[in-house]
Design a binder for this molecule. Structure first.
Ligand SMILES: [Zn+2]
Length: 439
């Protein structure tokens, strides 16, 4: 008998690899945070012993979700302003609120709320773009979740930085502080083409190449963005980004709802990663990312919720359902984006976009033990024919009961093990009172 750290037995196990595999009565054998073996439960019991052995007789175990686009501290703006177009929403509601309220303390407290919400809905890795990067990173570190945190760059002052140079210097300071962290990584995050000028984007490119970092950017989010770009430069944003040399696999292009033939050719040549945020795009009536057409071109399409102010949750189960239904509606094809491909989009494709697919995104021997258990023997998901179908089409996030990142259990039977739920709720109420008092 070989001694290992943990053995997790599952009634169903979705590996999340492209082979569309659902295993039955299998176990994940974990040692020192990594997946050592996946094998039938009976064999696991014969070969391995562990002090932590857990059984999930009514659950499906699957890779944790990779939420590939978030602004997690915006959880404190959830429900503050709805039913508006993007620019109206940003100019008259979100940006003024951010100017007044965003601080180190705000970001720390709001990040706790968001990370608690993400763990409670099965997210094990997120890709963030916001301010006060250390505040979010410290919470992510303590919570045990995996995080990519964007060095935000925007050509106007915020509470975080007074000018472009300060965004860069603070970003690089953050990068240096976390470059050897095992779960927390930096990216460069220019906000969008309408808020970041071309000289700044050139600097973004230089820094991303120097430190070998991914570049996160909102690209072709709305028709307004395209029209504004054409009016001022006679070129669509993607053409301008291509001219700067930014359309490469290093780019994580978020939204991409407005794509014509010229854009598609640029993307096909440059092979950026794409993040689809269907709920935010639907809520702001921005448009729909042509996921199926992009996948046909062999492009990597990941899934993100965007911030909770435009979604209004950080629920990747719901996001999968929306992505799936929207793909079918847009293509008028019920075969588009099958359930297992939707799961891959929400897990492995996100890891690929972040350059983390050698570490996470699927249940594969040698990768980190980042996975979740979802209880299926509930009224809402009985009977059970195909667990992958239930994950995408029927399960609610309350059915996610247990979550692990790098083998560490972050939630057990719906109880958060690394965050204080009571304190997080009290702080959210405290901040909401502050925010509304001045309104
Ligand atoms: Zn966004």
């Amino acid at each position: 008998m070989e001694s290992v750290s943990q053995i997790i037995h599952a009634r169903w196990l979705i590996t999340g690899e492209q082979n569309n595999q659902t295993l039955e009565n299998h176990a994940i054998v974990i040692d020192q945070g990594k997946i050592k073996a996946i094998l039938p439960s009976k064999q696991a019991t014969e070969r391995y012993t562990a002090t932590d052995i857990q059984r999930f007789p009514n659950h499906v175990i699957s890779p944790g979700f990779v939420n590939t686009h978030t602004h997690i501290a915006m959880n404190y703006f959830r429900g503050l302003a709805d039913d508006l177009a993007l620019m109206d929403w940003l100019n008259h509601h979100i940006w003024p609120a951010e100017r007044t309220w965003v601080s180190q303390e705000f970001v720390r407290d709001a990040s706790q709320l968001a990370i608690a919400e993400m763990i409670r809905s099965g997210t094990t890795c997120f890709n963030d773009m916001y301010f006060f990067l250390q505040a979010t990173a410290e919470v992510a570190d303590q919570a045990g979740i995996r995080a990519n945190i964007g060095m935000t760059v925007i050509d106007f002052p915020t509470a975080w930085a007074k000018d472009t140079a300060e965004y860069f210097s603070k970003g690089i300071e953050f990068y240096s502080e976390y470059k050897n962290h095992d779960r927390i990584k930096a990216t460069v995050a220019p906000h969008a083409i309408y808020t970041v000028a071309e000289p700044t984007l050139l600097k973004v490119k230089e820094i991303a190449e120097k430190y070998d970092l991914k570049i996160n950017m909102h690209v072709h989010e709305t028709a307004d963005e395209i029209n504004q770009s054409i009016a001022t430069t006679k070129q669509r944003p993607l053409r301008r980004l291509q001219n700067i040399g930014l359309v490469t696999p290093r780019l994580i292009a978020i939204h991409m709802t407005q794509l014509d033939d010229e854009d598609m050719a640029i993307i096909e040549a440059g092979k950026p990663n794409i993040v689809h945020c269907p709920e935010s795009n639907m809520k702001l009536a921005s448009g729909a990312c042509p996921v199926v057409a992009l996948q046909k071109q062999g492009l990597n399409v990941a899934l993100g919720t965007d911030g909770a102010a435009s979604n209004n949750d950080l629920n990747m189960l719901g996001e999968m359902r929306s992505a799936n239904f929207l793909a079918k509606l847009v293509t008028q094809n019920p075969i588009a984006l099958p359930a297992h491909e939707t799961i891959t989009m929400a897990t492995l494709n996100g890891a690929k976009a972040l350059g983390l697919d050698h570490i996470t995104g699927s249940l594969t021997v040698g990768k980190a033990a980042d996975f979740i258990a979802t209880k299926l023997d509930e009224i809402e998901t009985l009977p059970i024919y195909h667990p992958a179908s239930h994950l995408v089409y029927a399960a609610s996030r309350n059915q996610v009961t247990d979550v692990w990142v790098a083998g560490k259990q972050l939630m057990k039977k719906r109880k958060l093990l690394t965050l204080d739920e009571k304190e997080i709720k009290a702080k959210a109420i405290y901040w909401s009172k502050k925010l509304t008092k001045n309104a």
